[in-house]
Design a binder for this molecule. Structure first.
Ligand code: DC
Length: 231
């Protein structure tokens, strides 16, 4: 008889860190190298923020925003994100959406609404999940937890480059200010604050290339004996 694999047996690597620390890129590359699924949890908060704006919902009302989160009509497919059928892949990366995401992410009912949706990504052969609370709240039993940091100026420069590559205009000084404000809000909030999970390995990527950072994570995983790999 084939028994369904208990979710807790599916390996997870969590990568948490502040905005623009490179965690999304690194998580994507690690997932690809291992052939695993990937969860960009920040995208769910950004999608909730965008849907709140689009539906004209009061973003100061936690329960109304939680209802939006609960009913998100989202499809993730091959790097494209559809919200109610509309391609919002680039739209959710705008700084205004990111700022609103950071605000609504402080609401308990919103975090609760998104919890089951995030855990549902945990499927064989494994999951790489990036965000703020992947190692602390969403997947506290993950066998490898990474806390990826980088100094604020390196992060602002990266974000500036990313945005201009997408054709979105950006100013380094205001990006840096927004980033510091968002960091503070993500760190100081009462619920699921940005903090290294117990047992997490901290990697400072300020002076590392993406390849070097990815290799460090893969090295840490294989050092654990890669329980998902061929026996
Ligand atoms: O990673 P990001 O910049 O796309 O995330 C956008 C916002 O969503 C971020 O400012 C805080 C929030 N967030 C969160 O609270 N918890 C997560 N696991 C991921 C993101």
């Amino acid at each position: 008889m084939i028994t369904p694999t208990a979710q807790s047996q599916v390996p997870v690597i969590t990568i948490d860190g502040p905005t623009a620390s490179g965690k999304g890129t690194v998580a994507g590359r690690v997932a690809k190298a291992l052939g695993w699924h990937m969860l960009d949890s920040g995208a769910l908060y950004r999608l909730t923020a965008l849907a709140t704006q689009q539906q004209g919902v009061d973003s100061d009302n936690p329960q109304s925003v939680a209802d939006v989160a609960e009913n998100l009509d989202v499809v993730f497919s091959d790097g494209t994100i559809l919200l109610a059928g509309q391609d919002v892949t680039d739209l959710i990366r705008h700084e205004s959406v990111g700022s609103l995401a950071s605000k609504i992410a402080t609401y308990g009912p919103v975090r609760q609404s998104l919890l089951a949706r995030q855990r549902a990504f945990r499927c064989l052969p494994g999951l790489v999940a990036d965000g703020r609370d992947m190692g602390t709240i969403v997947f506290p039993d993950a066998p490898l937890k990474i806390f990826l940091v980088a100094d604020a100026l390196s992060r602002a420069k990266r974000r500036c480059k990313q945005l201009s590559q997408k054709g979105i205009s950006a100013n380094l000084t205001s990006l840096l200010e927004d980033m510091l404000e968002r960091d503070k809000r993500d760190r100081d909030r009462a619920l699921a604050p940005l903090v290294a999970a117990p047992g997490a390995v901290t990697i400072d990527s300020s002076a590392l290339t993406i390849d070097e950072t990815v290799n460090k994570v893969l090295g840490l995983w294989s050092g654990k004996g890669d329980p998902s790999g061929p026996m």
